[in-house]
Design a protein. Structure first.
Length: 210
């Protein structure tokens, strides 16, 4: 059986029309290690989700003979990957803005500072919530891939679900510790629900692989 990925012109055109990855893995790791104020756990969680989605895409493209929904799953995985990559850069900007607002020293602009700080911190919590949600969607798609893929591809689907679930809990924690969130508020509840959804999908994915 030929398991080589089949080329999809529409898929390739869609991929080429999307913005490029904002940084290489080496650059990302260098900036994290150097203490870049905007590049930390949230950005890494988003890029981990992107890697997980790429694995799902790989599994789907290699499973067209076993899985009638492989083409659709591959397109969905590509969309999730691109969304996660974009969120990595958006999160870095949001976190940088929050750090800058917290460090504003001029008491003469205290009222404006408070307004800017509130807006920056809110955005810095909202972006990790979006990351949790894309992680959950990726884990659920990985579970579907694990159920339909052939035995050679199934381990990659399980790995994708596990990566997405871990990244989901990372981003959920960032929502939880943000200074503008409170127990039970409108940001924490959906973040926890999405992280739970990712964890449940990863558990079902492991079960489906045996």
């Amino acid at each position: 059986m030929d398991r080589r990925p089949r080329e999809d012109p529409d898929r390739e055109e869609a991929a080429n029309s999307l913005p490029p990855v904002p940084w290489s893995q080496n650059e990302l790791h260098d900036r994290i290690a150097a203490g870049d104020p905007g590049v930390a756990a949230g950005t890494l969680a988003a890029m981990t989700a992107a890697s997980a989605a790429a694995l799902v895409e790989r599994v789907a493209r290699a499973s067209v003979d076993e899985w009638s929904g492989a083409a659709g799953a591959s397109a969905e995985a590509l969309a999730l990957r691109r969304r996660a990559e974009a969120l990595s850069a958006i999160n870095a900007d949001a976190f940088s803005d929050a750090v800058a607002a917290l460090r504003e020293p001029d008491p003469r602009v205290q009222e404006l500072r408070n307004l800017a700080l509130g807006a920056a911190l809110t955005r810095a919590a909202e972006v990790p919530l979006l990351i949790v949600e894309v992680c959950a969607d990726t884990a659920v798609l990985a579970e579907q891939a694990a159920r339909h893929a052939g035995p050679d591809e199934r381990p990659d689907a399980v790995a994708a679900a596990e990566l997405a679930a871990g990244a989901a809990w990372t981003a959920e924690h960032l929502v939880e510790v943000n200074l503008v969130t409170r127990e039970g508020d409108d940001l924490r509840r959906p973040a926890r629900a999405a992280a739970d959804r990712a964890a449940d999908a990863a558990a079902r994915c492991r079960a489906a692989a045996h």
